[in-house]
Ligand binder design. Structure first.
Ligand code: BES
Ligand code: MN
Ligand code: ZN
Length: 497
């Protein structure tokens, strides 16, 4: 991450920066700093309101140059909408509006006064974190496989006008933004670069650059010894060997670890059940769960959270081939349970089940997996909420709260045993698909069979991990949710000690 954040006690009109950012409500109600700028400039903003150039409507913004009486080169006036306190989601949209405008300016140093805006039920730390995360997100440009287009992002440093007590929000934003950048960079790469070996290499690099992080990569032969017949079956059609990546962070002494598990299908063709109904090119994002848990892991390490954390990524490519696994194959998973493959495109659960069995050797106190698992989840929840499934109400509540807090929201779907019959098979313990109806839930039910007796939750991020279309990019979700959950766990564990 290149954008740096800091915090200072600043006065809008006296602040020397390439750009200052101030807010104004609809109908000309200026925020405190906008009012200062207005007074210092002899009523410049008041005149713009009178002439109708400037409205303060939500979603609008206006860039003013060289205002008399104002030290900053530019003033970015951001519309806040209706007067009165903003709700959290509206504030986040304002933050994104401002971040988008800032990222296109030639200014290297900017100062934001948006932290003074009133937001219902949110403190200064939350506001700064939201502003900083939005700024980091909009300062990202994809450059891995093309020359930077235009001048690129010139903003280097963003200072927030706020009291020192809000510093914690900024520190959290730094961690989350570093994690999110890591996730985005991986997920946006094409699958001919980002294959299982590449993911493993990046994990090794992460460990090398961060003291206290241990890494282990299990190769095909290691997985054969462990009996990971399910994961290995999915891998068989690909010339790219599978990798099981294990990262560990020990910040919590002797406590049992939290575990994150990610689906890392670096490309999902569907296998012999080849994807023929369109959208196959988007399946480079099918490692979004892996990228997300790696990003959240990195964020936790950057924040030096006082917890133990283990992160397991099942990195596999799903390809059709003469040696590929077939529909009707019966596989023996690491757990010993057998699975009838009724569709080779339901491969995510087949790699995750062995990863979930493996991670239990660390005796985690909770396991959360993230996976771009089902198109059905996108049908149910669209691109706004991730699907959350868990039999543990307390764990589900923790994750939903972390999602609300960061506005990286999830919505719970039931994981009742009623759905389990959809997985019945006469040739194996159960099948890998559940037939018509409740596709996201039956996928969750499949995973539940490998996590019995464990505190476990599943996040289906098929709709939330990237924005669709030709210009679709990784959203870095669920890094904010997972990181917030880990921050909350560290705080709760500290309280109970
Ligand atoms: N990676 C896909 C799920 C997916 C589809 C994510 C579209 C994002 C957008 C997954 O491996 C898959 O193919 N799932 C099948 C399951 C079916 C065969 C039971 C699906 O959703 O169609
Ligand atoms: Mn698939
Ligand atoms: Zn898939």
């Amino acid at each position: 991450m290149t954008l740096e954040f800091s915090l200072d006690s600043l006065v809008a009109d006296a602040c020397e920066a390439g750009c200052i950012v101030v807010g104004m409500h609809d109908k000309g109600a200026l925020g405190a700093s906008a009012a200062r700028v207005d007074a210092a400039s002899g009523g410049h903003i008041t005149r713009l309101i009178a002439s109708g150039d400037c409205t303060g409507k939500a979603g609008s913004s206006l860039l003013l140059h060289a205002l008399p009486g104002v030290r900053a080169e530019r003033v970015l006036l951001v519309g806040l909408g209706e007067p009165g306190a903003l709700d959290a989601a509206r504030f986040q949209r304002v933050a994104q509006e401002a971040a988008c405008a800032l990222a296109s300016l030639p200014a290297q140093l900017a100062a934001s006064f948006l932290g003074e805006i009133e937001v219902s039920d949110k403190d200064a730390a939350w506001k700064l974190r939201t502003l900083a995360l939005a700024a980091a997100q909009h300062a990202y440009r994809y450059t891995a496989t093309l020359k930077p287009q235009g001048p690129g992002v010139r903003l280097k440093r963003l200072v927030f006008a706020a009291a020192a007590s809000a510093a914690q929000g900024l520190e959290q934003a730094r961690g989350m933004a570093i994690g999110a950048d890591f996730t985005r960079a991986l997920a946006n790469l094409p699958p001919n670069i980002c294959n299982p070996a590449y993911l493993a290499e990046r994990a090794r690099q992460l460990a090398a650059e961060h003291p206290g992080v241990a890494v282990e990569v299990l190769e095909r032969a290691d997985m054969e010894k462990l009996g990971m017949g399910s994961l290995l079956a999915v891998a068989r059609g690909s010339a790219n060997a599978p990798k099981l990546i294990v990262l560990r962070w020990n910040g919590g002494g002797a406590a049992k670890p939290y575990a994150l598990v990610g689906k890392g299908i670096t490309f999902d063709t569907g296998g012999i059940n080849l994807k023929v109904q369109g959208g196959i090119e988007e399946m480079k994002f099918d490692m979004g769960g892996a990228a997300g848990v790696l990003g959240a892991f990195l964020a936790a390490v950057e924040l030096r959270l006082s917890i133990n954390l283990v992160c397991v990524v099942a990195a596999v490519e799903n390809m059709p081939d003469g040696d590929a696994y077939r529909p009707s194959d019966v596989l023996t998973t690491m757990s010993g349970k057998t699975v009838e493959v009724l569709n080779t495109d339901a491969e995510g659960r087949l790699v995750l089940c062995d990863a979930l069995t493996y991670v239990q050797r660390f005796e985690p106190q909770a396991i959360v997996d993230a996976a771009t698992l089902t198109g059905a989840c996108v049908v149910a929840l669209g691109k706004h909420a991730s699907g959350l499934m868990s039999k543990h109400d307390d764990l589900a509540a923790e994750l939903l709260a972390a999602g609300e807090n960061t506005l990286d929201r999830a919505w719970r779907l039931p994981l009742w045993d009623d759905y389990q019959i959809q997985l019945e098979s006469v040739f194996a313990d159960f099948a890998n698909i559940g037939g018509k109806g409740a596709g996201a839930i039956t996928a969750g039910c499949f995973l539940a069979r490998f996590t019995e007796g464990r505190r476990w939750a599943h996040l289906d991020i098929a709709g939330t991990a990237w924005s669709e279309g030709r210009k679709g990019m990784s959203t870095a979700r669920p890094v904010p949710l997972l990181t917030q959950w880990l921050i909350d766990r560290a705080a709760a564990d500290a309280d109970s000690r």
